[in-house]
Structures are given as C-alpha cells and as structure tokens.
Design a protein around this ligand. Structure first.
Ligand SMILES: [Ca+2]
Length: 430
C-alpha cells in the first residue's frame, strides 16, 4: 500500500518492508479491506451529493474536444521486473529514456523498452522505505541536461521528508553520483503516513513539492488549515540558486511570501490531505492534483495555469465535495472544492494522473486520466470544464496503480507497485 487513506501507526512504529506486510500489520485498515474485498461495488463513480461543491460553469474555452464517454483504455505491458515502482518521469533531454522510481531508493532507466541493469541513482542507504515511505518523487530540471540536476523527494533515515538534488557528470549519462546530493528542504514528519511525495516544475521553472498533512487520521494537528506549517500543502520554491547556504529562494509571486502572521512563505496551495501525485498539463500549465481522502471521498483538484497561488482545497473541513469537520455546515466561499470525486464504492486511494497530450492514442487526446490504487479503476474527465463533474470510468486495470507519468512525447504510462510493472496506457474509441 502506499498513499493510504486510513489512519496509520505513529512514527514510533517499526517501518515495515513491503506494501503487503504493511497492509497486514495494520490489518483492520481500510486499505487492506479494500484490497481483499476488491471494492467491487456499483460501477461507475460515486455521484455528487455533497454540500460544498464548486458550482459548475461552462467550458473555459468555448467547448471541448474530449468526451470521456467515448473512450476506453487498457494497460499494455511495457516493462516489468521492477521493485515497487511508484514514480515515472522523463528527462526532457531528447534521449527518449523513461525513469522509474522504486520505493526502496533506486531510480531505474528504461531505454528502448528495456530496463538498464545499473540504476540511474541508488540512495537506498539513506532511505526509510515501506508503507507510504521511501523514494516518493523524482523530477528533472526543466533545462536538463544544460542544468544537470535531478530532484528527488524521499523519506530519510529518521522518517522525515527530504528533498534533494543530484547532478549528472555529463549529458547522456545513465547514472548519477549519489555523493552529488545537495539538500534543499527537510520537513519533520509527525506520523508515518501522508508524506505526499510528488515533485513537479511549473511553467515558470519553480519547483513544486507536495506534502501530506503529516498523517495519523483526520489531521489531528490541524495542519491542512494552518499556514504556519508546510504539512498539508503544495510548496513552490525557486531552486536556481542552490548551494549549501541558499538551498532555495521564495518566488516573488508566492501568496505568503512576506511570512506575515507566521505564515510559511513556501506555501503555494493549501488545505490538502495527501497529495500523492500531481502533474502539469504541458499544453495549458494547469496543475492536476490527486488528493487522497480519509474514509469516504477521493478527490481531484486543479489549479489553473497562470493564476495566483493561495487556493485552499478544504481539508480537513472538507473531504472531497463533502463536509468533514464539522460534518455539516462547512460551507465557506474561501474553500475550493474538487473538480471531481468518487466514493468508497469505487476505490480507496486516488492516484492523480495526467492530461494526455501524446500523439498515438487519439481517443484520449486532451483528456485527464486518473485511477485508484485499490480498485484499479481508471477514469477520465474533460479537463477544460470548470466546476464539478462526475468522473467517467474508462477502464478496469486490475492493477495496483500508484502512479501515472509521461514520456517526452506525452505518451502515458502507469505503475503497478504490486507486480513491479510499468504499463503503457492505450485507448480506443467506443
Ligand atoms: Ca479538498
């Protein structure tokens, strides 16, 4: 299991080694129940019914080309033999390589459809792995390899979040020296779960870092709604000046850049529970976020490109489109609800995906695709519509989905952590 939805053991509990073991250790957890039961409830996504949903509004750009009811996807074998793959990235350097993060601390290189024997990076010696911990995110500098840095998010030996850069010695290298690590950001984690982990560069070249609410269940520390902590946020930092004295700077247009009232200037977006996976739409600059729910609702949020930061996505006042705390009367115009969500009859842990901008799967062109870890279901929505809409199921993968990711051409892949496989997303019209 990974980006779980259930309460978890505190950080004092012994980290376990593999996902199934974790699920067994926390035996009563919703995740295990979901795994065993298969969550084979009623088909399709749970519909609306919440009280704090964004109002629907017309399409942003005068109509859209993507209709999720007209497409079906399957996952085709691509590579297997990986150890707990949970992140997919490309270097944007024209090499055509795909990079796959393994939970235990290695990044593997896929070239011409084959996994290279030697890992790109191996930092398993400095990682706590298991459950929702491990090597959780990877992103290459937008100007790689002119800027030779690759950035990773991992759980360190103390169970805390560490974001660091590593630099390749020469363009085209299939390995990077683990000793080239420069620490950028360290965040103490009060509990073992909800570490977030996704990294992504925005169109301005700023590094976004997704952090969960710190864990346990229900956000007992109130981190999601506190601007005084980095937990439960998506951070935005400028890593252009990256050395021991100045690991990062605060971008001039961050909403809380002045640090007034104890607010953390790194915060870009807030009110998040466990933003396990996020991605930018390469065509629009929109940021798509899969925020894992507590016990009832799994949600997808969007932050439109070229709009100011500071959006509050509601946790823990809201879970999905619904009130969480308080159970009623959470309505607040300052909170932004999801663009879609689904209930526990359809899955247990949302895996945020990508807007498909590749060339080969024309039925999927312009659609936002995402899935669920427990049910293996895959959905799509029209990303151009503002406001809430129900997700449309477009596939049943039968996979333990933990990540989607793009290659340089915008072709879409998915990772199955249980079977150690990366799959290719293929689509047909229906
Ligand atoms: Ca929310």
């Amino acid at each position: 299991m990974l980006p779980s939805t259930r309460p978890a053991s505190s950080r004092s509990s012994r980290p376990t080694l593999r996902l199934i073991l974790v699920a067994l250790v926390v035996g009563a957890s919703a995740v295990l129940v979901a795994l065993v039961a298969g969550r084979s409830g009623a088909g399709g996504a749970a519909g609306p019914g919440g009280s704090a949903r964004q109002p629907s509004s017309p399409a942003r750009s005068g109509g859209s080309a993507f209709d999720p009811t007209r497409v079906a996807v399957t996952l085709e074998p691509f590579v297997d033999g990986l150890s707990a793959p949970l992140g997919i990235a490309n270097a944007g350097d024209g090499s055509g390589r795909l990079f796959v993060a393994e939970q235990g601390g290695r990044i593997r290189v896929v070239r011409d459809g084959r996994i290279l024997a030697t890992p790109f990076l191996d930092i398993s010696d400095r990682i706590t792995s298991g459950g929702e911990r491990g090597l959780l995110g990877v992103a290459f500098h937008p100007k790689f390899p002119d800027d030779p840095r690759v950035f990773v998010d991992y759980t360190d030996a103390n169970g805390d979040t560490q974001v660091s850069s590593f630099r390749v010695a020469a363009p085209g290298d299939d390995t990077v020296d683990p000793a080239s690590e420069i620490a950028i950001l360290h965040v103490s984690q009060p509990f073992a779960n909800h570490n977030g982990g996704a990294l992504a560069f925005d169109p301005d070249g700023m590094l976004l870092i997704a952090l969960g609410d710190g864990g346990s269940g229900g956000d007992p520390q109130g981190n999601g709604q506190s601007l005084g902590t980095l937990l439960g946020k998506i951070l935005r930092i400028d890593i252009e000046k990256n050395d021991a004295d100045h690991p990062y700077r605060i971008p001039a247009n961050n909403p809380f850049r002045d640090g007034a009232n104890g607010n953390r200037p790194e915060i870009w977006l807030w009110g998040l529970r466990n933003p396990w996976r996020m991605s930018f739409d390469r065509a629009t600059g929109d940021l798509w976020i899969g925020d894992v729910g507590q016990n009832s609702w799994e949600e997808i949020d969007v932050h439109r490109g070229a709009t100011p930061g500071g959006t509050n996505y509601g946790w823990n006042r809201m879970e999905g489109s619904h009130c969480f705390q308080p159970p009623q009367g959470c309505e607040d115009p300052a909170l932004t609800g999801p663009v879609t969500d689904y209930g526990r009859d359809s899955g247990c842990t949302v895996i945020g995906g990508n807007v498909y901008r590749g060339a080969t799967q024309t039925a999927l062109a312009g659609g936002y695709v995402f899935g669920d870890y427990c049910s293996g279901r895959i959905w799509a929505i029209d990303p151009a519509i503002d406001g809430y809409r129900a997700p449309v199921e477009i596939g049943q993968s039968g996979r333990s989905l933990v990540a989607f990711g793009e290659d340089e051409a915008g072709e879409l892949y998915a990772a199955d952590i249980g079977k150690g496989a990366v799959l290719r997303v293929t689509a047909t019209a229906r």
